[in-house]
Design a binder for this molecule. Structure first.
Ligand SMILES: C[S@@+](CC[C@H](N)C(=O)[O-])C[C@H]1O[C@@H](n2cnc3c(N)ncnc32)[C@H](O)[C@@H]1O
Length: 351
């Protein structure tokens, strides 16, 4: 399960993508729809970009695609080892990932959801378990990364969810002709992740934010604080993300802001977060709260989905953004937010 190509083996890659690089994965809470609002608060200049809740990386790919990361150090991190393992394999072995994904696409065309469940239960989960038991926790090879991408493209709304035993248990989605392998897209993602100053780590946000300060642009998109006691759409990791995590995150951002970092954070408009983000120490650190109307899928019943406010907390003045070429503003909104898994279907094919 070792990656065979090291970072130093990589051939030179241009730092700016010739066309916008879209996120590779669908991801719950993906921020492509919020980009127009977030862009308003990108700082005019910075020397390091830090994103500790990477997910599908909507903001990272947006910054990369518009040339804003040229010459910058970039720290990308997430607590999900499958996600980081997949990105590393794509970065280091894009051609091997593409070859494995092509084989899966052929199998899927022939056998549809039967292929999905076979890959999920007989190949992906056993290979993950073997990799996790190895000397380095979570190493991904190209075959495992291709399976992760295949399951993401064909599973229910691209969700990533584990059962109590740690097995991936998302049921098959209902797509007639999903795009499973797009070699040009995988190569452009590999280029974005291969930049000389880019690091990609599986770590908790506390570690990723520990040294932030002057010259840093820090974007945080934590699992959303639930809007109601019954809403659960943010179970990305076994540990979950509770009120004490939200409080620790805010404290780390205040420390970074006091040391001179540019801070940008998005979260749900849960009353507890509005209260926390408007408290005196937050205002004293120069952070201002903005509410943005956003259409977000927070309920499996379509009738109950609708516009909800999202919060943006930042010390960057609105309008400090760079010029974004028009063609990029027109880029299609791809992944969106997956919907909560309906309980009946969730139970249907649990591993
Ligand atoms: C809302 S998603 C980020 C979505 C991302 N902005 C995008 O555009 O796709 C939150 C991410 O935080 C990660 N996460 C959860 N708990 C974490 C923790 N304690 N430290 C770091 N990352 C964590 C999850 O794995 C998930 O990918």
């Amino acid at each position: 399960m070792q990656n065979t190509r090291t970072r130093s083996d990589r051939t030179h890659v241009p730092s700016v993508s010739p066309s916008p690089t879209r996120p590779l994965l669908k991801w719950a809470g993906g921020k492509r729809q919020l980009l127009p609002a977030l862009r308003q608060h990108y700082p005019a200049s910075f020397t390091r970009y830090v994103e500790p809740f990477l997910g599908s990386g909507a903001v990272f790919f947006d910054l990369f695609s518009t040339g804003r990361l040229e010459g910058c150090a970039v720290r990308l991190a997430d607590a999900n080892p499958d996600l980081i393992g997949c990105y590393r394999a794509v970065r280091d072995q894009p051609d091997a990932v593409i070859a494995a994904l092509r084989r899966l696409a052929r199998e899927h065309r022939a056998r549809g959801s039967e292929c999905y469940y076979e890959v999920r239960d007989r190949r992906f989960n056993p290979a993950r378990a073997a990799a996790a038991a190895g000397p380095e926790s979570g190493p991904y090879d190209a075959t495992l990364a291709a399976m992760f991408i295949y399951l993401n493209r064909t599973g229910f709304n691209g969700l990533f969810r584990l059962n109590r035993r740690g097995g991936f248990n998302v049921p098959a989605g209902r797509y007639t002709d999903p795009v499973i392998c797009d070699p040009a897209h995988i190569h452009s993602v590999a280029r974005a992740l291969s930049g000389a100053g880019v690091t990609l780590e599986c770590m908790l946000f506390d570690a990723a934010l520990g040294d932030t300060g002057e010259g840093d642009f820090v974007y945080c998109d934590p699992p959303y604080a639930p809007l109601s006691r019954t809403a659960h759409f943010a179970h990305y990791t076994a540990g979950g993300f509770d009120g004490s995590d939200q409080a620790r995150l805010l404290a780390a951002l205040l420390t970074g802001a006091r040391r001179g970092a540019s801070i940008l954070l998005s979260n749900s408009s849960a009353p507890a977060m509005v209260k926390a983000y408007t408290a005196a120490p937050v205002r004293a650190a120069g952070l201002v709260l903005h509410k943005v109307p956003a259409r977000r899928a927070i309920n499996s019943r379509a009738a109950l989905r609708g516009p909800v406010d999202e919060l943006i907390l930042t010390n960057a003045p609105a309008g400090a953004r760079m010029q974004v070429p028009l063609r990029m503003l027109r880029a299609p909104l791809g992944s969106g937010d997956p919907h909560q898994l309906p309980a009946t279907r969730a139970r249907e094919r649990q591993a």
